[in-house]
Design a protein around this ligand. Structure first.
Ligand SMILES: Nc1ncnc2c1ncn2[C@@H]1O[C@H](COP(=O)(O)OP(=O)(O)OP(=O)(O)O)[C@@H](O)[C@H]1O
Ligand SMILES: [Mg+2]
Length: 314
């Protein structure tokens, strides 16, 4: 893991997935046979793990730019517009000449959700979309949704090694593997400073059956491993030490869970921004958790986001 002296929030590059989420809440279990069903609420929000991370980071006071693909359509403009308003540099968000913007339709219950995904540009990133100049004036790189970016699989070792060479810190949240193969991560971990899977992802990637064994095995490859555990909080695993945050009134409990979309991505942004400000691991877990629960209380990943600069530790 990189030394504290090399960490910087002035220039976070976020690479990954951008889409639009339509979130329906209430009686959302569909019934076929021409049934028209009335739901409680509908919200359209910018989604994609990279988009949510970038937006929350900018709201926490970081200088952020994004790289990825959107469609040359109304949803693509919505994404650029919303991220731009949050203060994110969207010049690296390229409108695709052919594909339409990806869409996630979330049927959201307080304790669970089903998502219908139209991929569109979600996995449109290609090796030629990255070049060395994107890494100029960058202090940290966050790679989101590794498993969605199929065409980029062979590329990341090179780019993450370049980051290490240039003293750029790195973090990664793979999210779920839709193919359920869970491969390719081990070779990247030595170049990753902070790895942020959720519990199921950590077990699947490490091929372990309990969180402690998974966290230790993944941390042995090099990174600080932060495993998100839903209502049970989160545990960080270093080489020889672990830290656990258990949700309670002093670190915050969600007043109500409206929609879980983006909780993990907002957690990532809170954790990484505190970590980059050298806040220490317990305080980084706490900011991650606070950003996550703010997002649980609103539909979508961006509405509930905290707008509050993180103080730099002198
Ligand atoms: N019901 C809850 N009560 C309290 N805290 C919660 C609850 N659900 C989530 N959290 C907080 O949000 C964090 C991230 O949630 P989760 O573990 O669901 O991440 P994730 O699976 O990566 O999410 P995503 O679906 O966005 O990928 C948790 O580590 C915890 O801090
Ligand atoms: Mg996640």
């Amino acid at each position: 893991m990189q030394k504290e002296s090399t960490r910087s929030r002035q220039g976070i590059l976020v690479i990954g997935d951008f889409c639009v989420d339509l979130i329906l809440t209430g009686d959302v279990r569909p019934r076929f046979g021409q049934v028209e069903q009335i739901v409680d609420d509908a919200a359209i929000d910018v989604g994609g793990s990279a988009a949510i991370f970038a937006s929350q980071s900018a709201k926490l006071g970081a200088r952020v730019k994004v790289v990825g693909s959107v469609g040359d359509d109304a949803f693509g403009k919505l994404i650029s517009g919303e991220l731009g308003r949050a203060g994110v540099d969207v010049s690296g968000l390229k409108p695709h000449p052919v594909l339409k913007t990806g869409i996630g339709v979330a049927l959201s219950l307080p304790s669970d959700r089903a998502i219908l995904t139209y991929m569109g540009t979600l996995d449109a990133m290609r090796p030629g979309d990255l070049d060395e100049s994107l890494f100029d004036s960058v202090g940290h790189v966050h790679l989101a949704s590794y498993f969605l970016l199929d065409a980029m699989r062979g590329e990341w070792t090179r780019w993450l090694a370049l980051c290490r060479e240039r003293g750029i810190t790195t973090s990664m949240d793979t999210n779920w593997d839709p193919h359920r193969r869970w491969q390719g991560i081990e070779e990247l971990l030595p170049y990753v400073d902070v790895f942020l899977p959720n519990e199921q992802e950590a077990l699947a990637i490490s091929r372990e059956t309990n969180v402690e064994a998974a966290g230790k095995k993944l941390a042995d490859q090099g990174p600080l491993v932060v495993i998100k555990r839903g209502a049970d909080g989160a545990t960080a695993f270093g080489r020889n030490e672990t830290w656990t945050l258990t949700p309670n009134p002093s670190v915050g409990l969600p007043a109500r869970v409206v929609d879980t979309t983006g909780a993990g991505d907002n957690f990532d942004a809170g954790f990484i921004n505190a970590w980059l400000a050298c806040a220490g691991i317990p305080a980084s877990l706490e900011l991650g958790h606070r950003c996550a629960i703010a997002s649980l209380e609103q539909p979508g990943g961006m509405r509930g986001q905290k707008k509050q600069p993180v103080p730099e530790t002198p």
